[in-house]
Structures are given as structure tokens and as C-alpha cells.
Unconditional design. Structure first.
Length: 319
């Protein structure tokens, strides 16, 4: 029995020593710019660390393991990324996960790992742009999502509205409207005063075919950004699409009454009356718009178009 216990103890110690040696070899190979050998050594260390009944490395050596595993896999990815090879994003995924593990454990290399994490996020962001340019929208959305995951992790804690915005756009273009709604909702929660975020959410619900969600998003947007012409028009188009002219005009009348000196609201009301064929009221609204803002070009053009149509109709009747 003692011999068996002695044998197990020796095996345990040897395994721990082998793990440590693999990590040391990986670090030395990496510093000698032999990334291929470094990967082989760090993969051996990974296999032994993840095997059962192995003694865990001490905190300092475990930090070295996570940090240099990240360094090695990041170097392999960047070699492909900056050459004509097709980049293997599994390498970048392993690198970012390794750095995150080190930072999460507050390892001895955590400060350097955090810097490298920023690098990983930037590479994912750049990949998102490239995939967008080649119209690979689903892949682009995935890359922006990976950048967001890194930047919003607890130890970086960055409010990453830029990548969220691009993720919402590319998800929309990839026709993944559920994900587009998700990203847009988060953006609206972060900054409810940005009309762009509300527009993305409204349009995502619209394409998703969720009329209730679309109407809720429109109402929230009208409350948060009441002066946005684009959002007002979205509300107008919504009521037109569902055939509810009564609520359409009620909504616009309420908006005009709440802000009677706003030329945009009078213009939208005029456009709505024009779309409904009530040209007399449309003219009144356009004239009111121009009395508030004589340089409102769209109101001037629309009013002129109505007068032109009426003149043509008069000429036809005379002939």
C-alpha cells in the first residue's frame, strides 16, 4: 500500500514538473521567435493541465501559461492576417480567451494581457469592417460581436457603442433581425437620446414583422427624441401601413399642438394630408411651415408641386 501511495506521489510530482517545463519551453521558444515550437509546447501544457488528477500550476506559472498561450496564438493569427493566407479566427479566439483568463484571475501578467486583449478586440473590429466591405454581413456581425464581448468584459468594462452600432447594422443586412433588435435595444438603453439607435430598432422590428414591437419602439423614440423628423415619419408610415388614419392624424395633431412653432411637425402633417389626398389641408400645413421657416426647401417644393398639379388639372378641364 505504501508503495502504491509513493508511486502516485511521484507521478503527481512528475506531472506537475512536466506542465511547468512545457510552459517554460513555450516561453523560451516564443522569445526565440520559434512560434511553431512554442505552440507545440504550450499545447502539451494545455493537455496536461486539462487532464484529470494533475496538480494545478502555482498562480505565477498559471499566469505565464495563460498569457503566453495568448501571445503564441495571437502571433500565429497575425502572421496569417497580415499575409495572403486565409486567417484562422479560431487562433484569435483562443488568444483572446487566454488573455481574458489571465486578466480575470488577476495574474502576474494581467496588465500585459489586458493590453493584448485590446489588440484582439481591434483585430476583430478590423475583420468586421473587411467582411462588411465584401458584403459578408453575417460574418461581419460575428466579428463585431466578438470585439464587443472583449470590450465589455468586467475587467475592461468599456461601453462599446461603436461596435454595437455596426453589429446592429450588419445583423440587419444579414437579415438576422432578431439579433439586430437585440443590439439596437442595448444601444437605446445606453443612449436614448441618439435618434440613430431608435431608427435601427424601429426598422429592425419592421423587417422582423413585429408590429407591436415596432409601435412600442416608435412611441419610446417619439418620447426620447421628439424633434426627429425621421422618427416622426416612421410613426406616420406605421399608421399608414396599418391603415389607421385616425390615429395617424391624432398623433401628428398632438405633436403639432405640443410644439406649434416646430416647422418640421407642420411639414410632416402637410405630407400626411397630401398622402391622404386632402390637398387643401396639406397646403395650409406647408404654408405654416414656410411662415415659421421661409428657407424650408422641401415644404416649398411640395407646395409648388400641389399648385402645379392643380394648374394642370385646371388646364385639362379647360381643354
Amino acid at each position: 500500500m505504501k508503495n502504491i501511495l509513493y508511486f502516485l506521489l511521484i507521478s503527481f510530482c512528475l506531472n506537475a514538473f512536466a506542465q511547468k517545463q512545457d510552459v517554460v519551453s513555450a516561453i523560451m521558444d516564443f522569445k526565440d521567435n520559434d512560434v511553431v515550437s512554442a505552440k507545440k509546447a504550450i499545447d502539451n501544457a494545455t493537455f496536461k493541465i486539462e487532464s484529470q488528477n494533475n496538480k494545478p500550476l502555482k498562480p505565477k506559472r498559471m499566469s505565464d501559461y495563460h498569457h503566453y498561450k495568448g501571445q503564441i496564438y495571437l502571433a500565429l493569427f497575425e502572421k496569417m492576417w497580415f499575409s495572403d493566407e486565409i486567417a484562422d479566427f479560431a487562433l484569435l479566439e483562443i488568444a483572446s480567451t487566454s488573455f481574458l483568463n489571465d486578466v480575470s484571475n488577476s495574474g502576474a501578467n494581467a496588465k500585459d494581457s489586458k493590453i493584448k486583449l485590446n489588440r484582439c478586440a481591434k483585430l476583430y473590429q478590423d475583420a468586421g469592417y473587411k467582411k462588411y466591405e465584401t458584403k459578408e454581413y453575417a460574418s461581419s456581425a460575428d466579428k463585431f460581436s466578438k470585439a464587443i464581448t472583449i470590450n465589455t468584459s468586467p475587467h475592461i468594462n468599456m461601453v462599446d457603442t461603436l461596435n454595437m452600432f455596426y453589429a446592429s447594422i450588419t445583423s440587419f443586412l444579414a437579415e438576422d433581425y432578431e439579433q439586430a433588435v437585440s443590439w439596437s435595444t442595448k444601444l437605446v438603453e445606453i443612449n436614448p437620446l441618439d435618434a440613430r439607435y431608435h431608427m435601427r430598432l424601429i426598422e429592425s422590428y419592421e423587417e422582423y414583422g413585429d408590429l407591436d414591437g415596432q409601435l412600442t419602439a416608435i412611441k419610446n423614440a417619439r418620447t426620447s427624441v421628439p424633434m426627429s423628423k425621421d422618427i416622426i415619419l416612421k410613426e406616420v408610415n406605421y399608421y399608414i401601413s396599418v391603415g389607421n388614419n385616425e390615429l395617424l392624424l391624432e398623433s401628428l395633431d398632438n405633436a403639432v399642438n405640443s410644439d406649434p412653432e416646430n416647422p418640421v411637425l407642420h411639414f410632416v402633417l402637410g405630407s400626411t394630408y397630401s398622402g391622404l389626398g386632402d390637398f387643401d389641408k396639406a397646403k395650409m400645413s406647408y404654408k405654416k411651415t414656410l411662415s415659421l421657416d421661409p428657407n424650408y426647401v422641401d415644404a416649398c417644393n411640395n407646395l409648388a408641386a400641389i399648385f402645379l398639379d392643380e394648374a394642370n388639372l385646371f388646364i385639362e378641364k379647360k381643354n
